[in-house]
Design a protein around this ligand. Structure first.
Ligand SMILES: [Zn+2]
Length: 265
């Protein structure tokens, strides 16, 4: 499943390829993938003014209104005709085309007049200037919840998914079953810095390719080579040699080192 760095990579690709294009025509081979009252009326004739990311959403901003895209499990936006599983096709005035391809078909494109309103339930962006160590510590102190599901909760913090949460908690030395409000300030600062550095590094590596993710013309990310706990069940911890533990937390495979990571109850 694409997380923040993967979506950011897709957005950067789109910024250099589709901004300035006008939509000449629209095809929707899989109707459920496009949510709009009147798709043709809302989208055809619109000019793409910019593309940006909010959490794991891609916002394709028009002169009026926007298409908000969530890739979900297997969605891809590609200029190259995919042989199979095409759900939405945007034809541009220039003659170029953007294909929404989605094998599992959980991905969605939604037309909205007001993208801010559609996305207002989402928590702060972890790489924004507003997300300071102070702010983060305050956010944690009020929460009597397990730290891992809390970090996955998009209304608490935007864009983090399973892989990066496991990695950030490892770097910060905090077990995923810790209670958020019990995490000392000094550890919360480490966690803040781990979240930011992992996301920044992964964006630099153009994301992590574990399953079903590629960007642009089928290119893969390379951050998977830097993963320290995710996917390393029973392998020795890179710091202390203790075998990495894998447990299930709310259906999500969760990896940690019981030696390096402290449990805060
Ligand atoms: Zn360890």
């Amino acid at each position: 499943m694409p997380e923040l760095p993967e979506v950011e990579t897709v957005v950067r690709g789109l910024q250099s390829t589709i901004v300035g294009e006008s939509i000449a025509d629209l095809e929707v081979p899989w109707e459920k993938s496009l949510v709009a009252n009147d798709p043709y009326e809302s989208i055809v004739g619109k000019l793409i003014t910019y593309v940006h990311r909010r959490a794991k959403y891609i916002v394709i901003q028009f002169d009026i209104g926007a298409l908000v895209v969530h890739l979900r499990m297997t969605g891809k936006l590609t200029p190259v005709f995919p042989e199979k599983h095409v759900t939405v096709i945007l034809h541009f005035e220039s003659g170029r085309t953007l294909y929404f391809q989605d094998t599992r078909k959980f991905g969605r494109m939604e037309y909205t007049d007001n993208p801010e309103e559609l996305l207002e339930h989402i928590g702060p962006e972890p790489l924004s200037d507003q997300f300071t160590t102070q702010v983060f510590y305050k956010m944690l102190t009020g929460k009597n919840r397990l730290i891992k599901p809390l970090l996955l909760d998009q209304s608490f913090l935007a864009g983090l998914g399973n892989i990066y949460v496991d990695e950030a908690l490892f770097q910060a030395g905090i077990q995923p079953l810790s209670i958020a409000s019990s995490i000392p300030k000094e550890r919360s600062i480490r966690l803040h810095s781990a979240i930011q550095s992992i996301l920044a590094e992964s964006i630099k590596a153009q994301g992590t390719t574990v399953l079903n993710y590629s960007h642009g013309d089928n290119q893969s990310g390379t951050y998977q080579a830097a993963l320290q706990v995710y996917g390393r069940k029973d392998q020795p911890c890179l710091v202390c040699d203790t075998p990495i533990i894998k447990i299930k937390m709310g259906q999500r495979g969760t990896h940690y080192c019981a030696q390096c990571q402290k449990l805060y109850k």
